[in-house]
Design a protein around this ligand. Sequence first.
Ligand SMILES: [Zn+2]
Length: 304
Amino acid sequence: MLTAGMDVGGTNFRVGVFDGCDIVWEKRFEADFSRLCSTRSALEAESAIVATMASALSEACHEYPEIRAIGIGFPGFIDPETMRVASSPNLPGLVDVDFAKPLSSRFHVPVIVENDALSAAYGEQVFSEWKSLIYVGLGTGVGGGLILEKKPYQGSHGVAMEIGHIIVEPGGRKCGCGNSGCLERYASASGVTLSYHEREGKTLSSKEIAILAQKGDASALQSFDLAGSMLGFALSHILKVVDVTDVVIGGGLSESWGLLEKSFGKRLESDLIPVLRGKCVVRVSDSKDKAGMLGAARLAGNQI
Ligand SMILES: [Zn+2]
């Protein structure tokens, strides 16, 4: 059975067509939905996002008309009952949006919408066959997904594992969720950019800062150290609540894991309770960033 999965990110999204776990078609589309939502009315942004998604999915469905279900991994709080996007800290203005219905009407197949990080977590589980795992997506923000006994855990309100909004620095940097000091203001690509800006007064991308860090630039190294330490702090507490062995790190910033790893490991080990020290296996995803698409596609396929 062929299924399609979409992974929506901050500045682009990708669509994959899967035959089981095997990807048979993949394409990346540039689309800055964050900017769209900041510059247009909510209604305009909503219809523009639907039109952009539909256009991309048309390409996939044209190539593979036998696609039977479509899954969308979307960065936001998804109501587990209705699959509507309740809101999205990184896409301001979107409130209670139904993306599934217009796309399902257009393509005449079941369409599901799930949180992007939970979709990626499910994709990692399908790839790995681990029964339970935590997925941490380090992208523009920080997302989290929990799989318990092979099942995605959404929580009663669809916000389980919104780890990017754990407050790691009370009164700290303002966050799109409305609070201050959230993890994703420190341990994401944008968090690293902010840390470097605080030190040097210059706005560089996390990739540019990573290059400087590799050359030994002190401010760049400190920006990554802070990101790793904050992530270790948050994860040490998450693991005390949700005692699983496997943690998978994905997302664009995971490419710079070598720069985060040391401060992360040090903080994680010091803040874990002794009984858990040395027992959690943290690894960088080897799915080549396809887990989000695969997870969304498989969740959609499960509906049939
Ligand atoms: Zn927040």
